[in-house]
Ligand binder design. Structure first.
Ligand code: FAD
Length: 406
């Protein structure tokens, strides 16, 4: 029996355990995760770790010895299948039971798989876990052509890295632009142009009918139009399904994620949920109930849940931020562009340093900053305080954003 059990040893779970000790909690803590490794950073999986530029040890969230030193019982390789909120017992897939006093659910999500024929062939990969990226890397020597399905951040980052490794890459996207769900058209157009300039082909408005197989391995992608695209490897980046079934089975409110309040409490007693799997009402989304898939959100919700557990509740109100690296481009996002009614461009995309500012009813709700660190740093306050700036000044890159936050 553990005073606090944390299920999911990723960004949110690890941070919750670290914070509990930092804030002086001296009860027993279990950090239970289904992966074999100690907690590690996920963003490098589609960036420098995929490129082979970083050893696994360098992406560990803490050195492997840290957990024992802090008397955090790290229990890797264990997948929790059932939660009994009345008896306060977790049951693993192998039948092992763990009692808990309070539970923090931090399981993230499982990548959506291709449901079409051939989706399970060899050479078809997702990018969520270290093991999956190691599998991709182990096959790369024999791969010349890669088809990336899905033009979201992960697909685009993987495409940039594989292009850098000398592969012939084609991105297949169902919508009419890349990053359609997360960014405005000028950002999509800019990244489409960059990828094309690097020799990555982009096919928009195309859906996959099936994966072509040869001897049990992917040999290409057959599009709904009937066209075939040859590929020795297929990378699927089409989003995640939050890993919350055990909580829903136990009666927690939710569906697409598990519902939490502003202290990260689920509808079940003493069960909290954080990170990618937590459907919360976010002030920066106009109060809508959303899930946020970012390191920022996993970290900040870990703090919210831990403080609530320790009797120092602080409602979740963190300003969202995110980043994406592609080629030599650093995109930094602050705020959420959901529901914008206007955008203002600061700077010239052709100069490869610019920002797109998103407004709703005249107020700044988000910025996407491409190689524009100053705008990112100074724009944060515009988002946090929902500033309604002078639009002419906002559009003038020479006017520092910090002069507009009044
Ligand atoms: P995770 O970090 O996914 O941890 C959940 C853990 O729980 C996993 O280890 C999972 O295997 C385990 N688990 C699931 N179910 C069970 C169960 N039943 N029992 C036991 N264990 C279980 N965010 C950014 O902000 N910037 C980026 O640049 C960025 N790049 C990314 C690149 C990639 C390739 C990926 C995959 C994600 C990226 N993200 C990025 C998103 C970010 O990594 C996630 O938002 C963050 O990891 C969420 O933390 P989490 O704790 O909710 O989930």
């Amino acid at each position: 029996e553990f005073d606090i059990a944390i299920v999911g040893a990723g960004h949110g779970g690890a941070q919750a355990a670290i914070l509990l000790r930092q804030l002086g909690f001296d009860g027993s803590i279990a950090l239970i995760g289904d992966e074999p490794d100690p907690p590690y950073e996920r963003p490098p999986l589609s960036k420098d770790y995929l490129a082979g530029e970083k050893e696994f040890e360098r992406i560990l969230i803490r050195p492997a010895s840290f957990w024992e030193e802090r008397q955090i019982a790290l229990l890797p390789g264990i997948r929790i299948a059932r939660v009994d909120p009345a008896a306060r017992i977790l049951t693993a897939e192998d039948g092992t039971g763990f009692g808990y006093g309070k539970l923090i659910w931090a399981t993230g999500g499982a990548p959506r798989l291709l449901s079409c024929q051939g989706g399970d062939l060899g050479g078809v990969h997702v990018v969520r876990r270290r093991a999956e990226v190691d599998a991709i890397r182990s096959e790369l020597d024999d791969v010349r052509r890669v088809a990336v399905i899905g033009g979201g951040y992960i697909g685009l980052e993987a495409a940039a890295i594989l292009n850098g490794l000398g592969k012939e890459v084609v991105i297949i996207e169902a919508l009419d632009r890349v990053l359609a769900r997360v960014a405005g058209p000028p950002i999509s157009e800019f990244y489409q142009g960059e990828h094309k300039a690097h020799g990555v082909a982009i096919r928009l408005n195309e859906t996959v009918d099936h994966i072509i197989g040869r001897d049990g391995r992917a040999a290409g992608v057959h599009l709904a139009t009937g066209e075939s695209i040859a590929a020795d490897m297929v990378i699927v980046g089409i989003g995640i399904v939050p890993a919350v079934q055990p909580l829903l089975d136990a009666g927690a409110a939710g569906g697409n994620g598990v519902e939490v309040d502003n202290l990260c409490r689920t509808s079940l007693p003493d069960i909290y949920a954080i990170g990618d799997c937590a459907a919360h009402e976010n002030r920066f989304a106009g109060g809508a109930r959303i899930r946020l898939e970012s390191v920022q959100n996993a970290h900040d919700q870990a703090a919210t849940a831990v403080k609530a557990i320790l009797g120092q509740p602080e409602p979740y109100a963190a300003v969202p931020w995110f980043w994406s690296n592609q080629y030599d481009l650093k995109l930094q996002t602050v705020g959420l562009s959901i529901g914008y009614d206007r955008t203002i461009l600061r700077g010239d995309p052709d100069e490869r340093s610019f920002s797109l500012v998103y407004l709703r009813e005249g107020r700044v709700i988000a910025l996407d900053c491409v190689n524009a660190v100053k705008d990112y740093v100074q724009g944060r306050k515009l988002v946090a305080d929902a500033i309604a700036p002078d639009l002419e000044k906002l559009a003038d890159k020479a006017t520092p954003l910090k002069t507009l936050d009044v």
